[in-house]
Design a protein around this ligand. Structure first.
Ligand code: ADP
Ligand code: ZN
Length: 188
């Protein structure tokens, strides 16, 4: 339907409840009898292959895809809502895909990290924040001081990661924590 589409983005650090909020919006759309299709990047296979998973254990069915453009092939004319988790990790042009879907009249709900472990803007999320009609920024709880956590601390063998460490490092003994600006550490 022309004129009815828009983009929503849910952003924040790890453990801020992005997936939880995305799943909540999917459930509410389903209660409203809207046709929902959910997607996630194929590389993120923590907990579940074909589902969006929250750290609180809630899941929603999702199609795992590699390239953003594949979303367009999976969405039907009668799809009302397109939900996309981990938007920062898609290969290809996820921004153009979201714009196309919203222009076609679909409600597009994206969730993703706004910052990488160094505190820099992450992938397509900043652009989506700019073009979205609705923006939700969530905070986790800082595991050091108990304050509001806007950042994700990366630890390698228990120590703060180095600024020059690659954002995606396969096979390293690494761990992520929610931290506030003051408790967040990056080794330069
Ligand atoms: P995200 O998608 O942003 O990583 P999730 O939706 O997967 O977040 O997980 C949110 C859940 O994680 C919370 O409801 C809570 O149960 C759990 N959690 C674990 N550690 C923290 C933390 N430090 N701050 C907030 N929630 C946390
Ligand atoms: Zn703190």
């Amino acid at each position: 339907m022309k004129g009815s589409g828009w983009i929503e983005i849910i952003c924040g650090g790890m453990f801020s409840g992005k997936s939880e909020e995305l799943i909540r919006r999917i459930r509410r759309a389903e209660i409203a009898k809207l046709k929902v299709k959910a997607f996630k990047p194929a590389i993120d296979d923590r907990y579940h292959e074909q589902a969006i998973a929250s750290h609180n254990g809630r899941i929603a069915d999702a199609i795992a895809i590699k390239d953003a453009a594949d979303i367009l092939n999976q969405v039907d004319c009668d799809t009302d809502v397109v939900a996309i988790d981990e938007v920062q990790f898609f290969q290809g042009d996820i921004v153009t895909v979201c714009q196309k879907l919203a222009d076609q009249g679909k409600r597009v709900i994206c969730a993703g990290l706004d910052q990488d472990f160094r505190g820099y803007a992450f992938g397509a999320t900043p652009t989506l924040l700019a073009i979205a009609e609705y923006v939700t920024k969530l905070q986790a709880i800082c595991v050091v001081c108990g304050g509001e956590a806007s950042r994700t601390q990366r630890l390698i063998n228990g120590k703060p990661a180095h600024d020059r460490d690659p954002v995606i490092q396969v096979g390293a003994a690494e761990q992520y924590e929610a931290r506030c600006r003051q408790c967040h550490e990056v080794v330069l």
